[in-house]
Ligand binder design. Structure first.
Ligand code: C2E
Ligand code: CA
Ligand code: CA
Ligand code: CA
Length: 284
C-alpha cells in the first residue's frame, strides 16, 4: 500500500502492480524452471492443403509453472528474450523437438518422415553457437536437415545485415528450411525477400481472418492472391496459419497456398496425438 500524500498514488492500478510482480517473479524463476524441466512442447500439425495430409508440426513451448499452471509463450518468451535465457531455452526447444521428430520417424515406418518447425528468436540468430548447435542436435537425433524448418519473424530480419544472415545462409545451404513467420505484419519489403535465405512464407493469421466469410472480401482475396503468386515466382512455399473453418481452408487452397495450420485441423497437443493424426491420415 502506498501511503504518501498526493493524489498521484490514486492512479496506482493494483492489477498492473500484480502483473509487474508476476512479471518480475516469472523472470527470476525462469533459469530454475529450465533446470527443473518445467517447460514442455505442444505440437500443431501442418497440413497439405491439396490432399489434407499431415506433413509435420510446429513446436510451441509452454511452461508448467508450479503456482500459475500452464503459461503460454506470450507470457514468458519476451521475458526470456530480455534476460538472454532464450538462448538456452531455445536450444532446449530445438533439441527436444528434433529428438521428437526422430522418434516419429522411427515409429512411422515407411510413411514420409514428419517435418518439424521450430521458432527462433532474434537473440538466437545473433548467438554464435546457432549453426554448430543445430548440426549437433540433428546428428544426435539422426534427423536430416531437410526435415527441419526454422521460423524467423519478418521483424527480426528487417534491415538485417550480412552478418546476421550468414548463419541462416549456412543452415539453408545444409538443407534446413527457413520460414519467414508472421509474414505481412511488418513492413513487408517484398523486394527484400530475394536477399533472404528463406524458402517458406508463413502468412500471418490476420490474412486468414479475412477469409472468414464465403466468398471473402474481394480485396482480401486479391492481396493474398498477389502474395502467393509473388512467393511462388520466387520459389517460396506458402503456409497459412490460424485456419479455423473449412471455408477458410477452401478459399486458401483455391488461392494456391501450400500448407495450412490451425484449429480447424487440430489445436497444439502432445507428441503422441500428432503421431496418431499423421498415422490415421497415412492409412486413410
Ligand atoms: P506463432 O509462431 O505465430 O505461432 C502460432 C500461434 O497461433 C500459436 O500460439 C498457436 O497456438 C496459435 N494458433 C494456432 N492455430 C490457431 C488458430 O486456428 N486460431 C488462433 N486464434 N490461434 C491459433 P502460441 O502457442 O500461444 O504461441 C504464441 C507465439 O509464441 C508463437 O506465435 C511464437 O511467436 C512464440 N513461440 C512459441 N514457441 C516458441 C519457441 O519455442 N521459441 C520462440 N522464440 N518463440 C516461440
Ligand atoms: Ca511460428
Ligand atoms: Ca506465425
Ligand atoms: Ca503469430
Amino acid at each position: 500500500a502506498k501511503s504518501a500524500g498526493g493524489n498521484r498514488f490514486e492512479l496506482a492500478d493494483p492489477e498492473a502492480d500484480a502483473r509487474a510482480i508476476t512479471r518480475h517473479g516469472l523472470t527470476t524463476a525462469l533459469p530454475a524452471a529450465l533446470d527443473r524441466g518445467e517447460f514442455f512442447i505442444e505440437y500443431q500439425p501442418l497440413v497439405h492443403l491439396g490432399d489434407g495430409s499431415v506433413r509435420g508440426a510446429e513446436a510451441l513451448v509452454r511452461w508448467l509453472h508450479p503456482q500459475h499452471g500452464v503459461l503460454g509463450p506470450d507470457r514468458f518468451i519476451p521475458l526470456a528474450e530480455h534476460t538472454g535465457l532464450i538462448v538456452p531455452l531455445g536450444r532446449w526447444v530445438l533439441e527436444e523437438s528434433v529428438r521428437q521428430a526422430g522418434e516419429w520417424r522411427e515409429r512411422g515406418g515407411d510413411t514420409d518422415p514428419l517435418r518439424i518447425n521450430v521458432n527462433l528468436s532474434p537473440c538466437q540468430l545473433t548467438h554464435p553457437g546457432l549453426v554448430q548447435d543445430t548440426v549437433d542436435i540433428l546428428e544426435r537425433a539422426g534427423v536430416a536437415p531437410e526435415a527441419l524448418c526454422l521460423e524467423v519473424t519478418e521483424s527480426a530480419l528487417i534491415g538485417a545485415d550480412d552478418d546476421l544472415l550468414k548463419p541462416l545462409r549456412r543452415l539453408a545451404e545444409m538443407g534446413v528450411d527457413i520460414a519467414l513467420d508472421d509474414f505481412g505484419t511488418g513492413y513487408s519489403n517484398l523486394a527484400n525477400l530475394r536477399r533472404l535465405p528463406v524458402s517458406v512464407l508463413k502468412l500471418d493469421r490476420s490474412f486468414t481472418q479475412g477469409m472468414q466469410q464465403f466468398p471473402a472480401d474481394p480485396v482480401d482475396l486479391k492481396i493474398v492472391e498477389g502474395i502467393v503468386s509473388l512467393a511462388h515466382s520466387l520459389n517460396l512455399a506458402v503456409t497459412v496459419e490460424g485456419v479455423e473453418t473449412g471455408a477458410q481452408a477452401e478459399q486458401l487452397r483455391i488461392l494456391g497456398c501450400d500448407t495450412a495450420q490451425g484449429w480447424y485441423y487440430a489445436r497444439p497437443g502432445p507428441p503422441d496425438r500428432l503421431h496418431e493424426l499423421a498415422l490415421v491420415d497415412a492409412t486413410g
